[in-house]
Design a protein around this ligand. Structure first.
Ligand SMILES: [Zn+2]
Length: 242
């Protein structure tokens, strides 16, 4: 007798989603994965600094707050393999990049290339989910930017090391310490001096992951301080209750 392997609940929910008509992650209306009304309500690109802001955090923009339909879309694409949401999430990152480029006074108005560097998932997360969702969203982001004549490309410059395996639930300081050395730079050539490098990720909370990633990229690719930025789909709101 052959044993059934794999995660039964996620297999079952995957099968149900194949059979049932597609519904909006926000309002549940049938026919679309994320309806324009819900998307418009929650879409709010802004410059973002976590409070407290960790030293070394590059200029950062977020497309939305991590709530409402954005939170549900991120979780559905990330944890339930709802890949039909990737295009919209990639578009949100593209909008955040548009704001980043136009808001940074010290960035050149003309640049040769825009390198998008996704924060890589850990090996275990990639194995569980069957993909690296931020890389997949970033590929869509590149398409949107190229359609707007922005010379963007996705570059897999960051790799996960075995350090900083799980930061979930840690306080900001502990998370920063845990993430030290969590990334290394893969075998990529140094970007040209007129290139801008933008790190892409799904959500930001304390900013510790983005600091660890940008510190690693700055040193590994010998980047100047005004060559580096970061964008995320959504920023979490910290619970300030004592
Ligand atoms: Zn909706």
């Amino acid at each position: 007798m052959t044993a059934i392997s794999g995660d039964r609940p996620s297999l079952l929910s995957g099968l149900i989603e194949l059979v049932l008509p597609r519904a909006c992650v926000g309002c549940g209306d049938l026919g679309t994965a994320w309806c324009p009304t819900c998307l418009r309500v929650d879409f709010d690109p802004v410059l973002h600094r976590p409070d407290p802001c960790p030293p070394g955090l590059p200029p950062l923009t977020t497309a939305a707050t991590y709530s409402g339909s954005v939170r549900r879309a991120v979780l559905a694409a990330k944890e339930r393999d709802r890949r039909e949401l990737d295009r919209s999430l990639g578009a949100m990152l593209a909008a955040a990049i548009g704001l980043l480029i136009t808001s940074q006074q010290e960035w050149p108005s003309q640049f040769g290339q825009l390198w998008l560097v996704p924060v890589p998932a850990s090996r275990s997360a990639r194995r569980e989910r069957g993909r690296d969702h931020v890389s997949d969203w970033t590929r869509w982001t590149v398409r949107f930017l190229q359609a707007a004549d922005i010379p963007a490309r996705s570059v897999t410059a960051l790799r996960r090391t075995t350090a900083g395996l799980d930061s979930v639930g840690l306080a900001a300081d502990a998370r920063a310490v845990n993430l030290r050395g969590a990334f290394s730079v893969g075998p990529v050539r140094r970007p040209p001096p007129d290139a801008m490098v933008v790190i892409t990720d799904d959500i930001v909370t304390t900013g510790a992951t983005l600091v660890a990633a940008s510190t690693c990229l700055s040193a590994g690719l010998d980047l100047g301080p005004s060559q580096l930025g970061a964008v995320v789909v959504a920023a979490t709101q910290r619970d300030r209750t004592p």
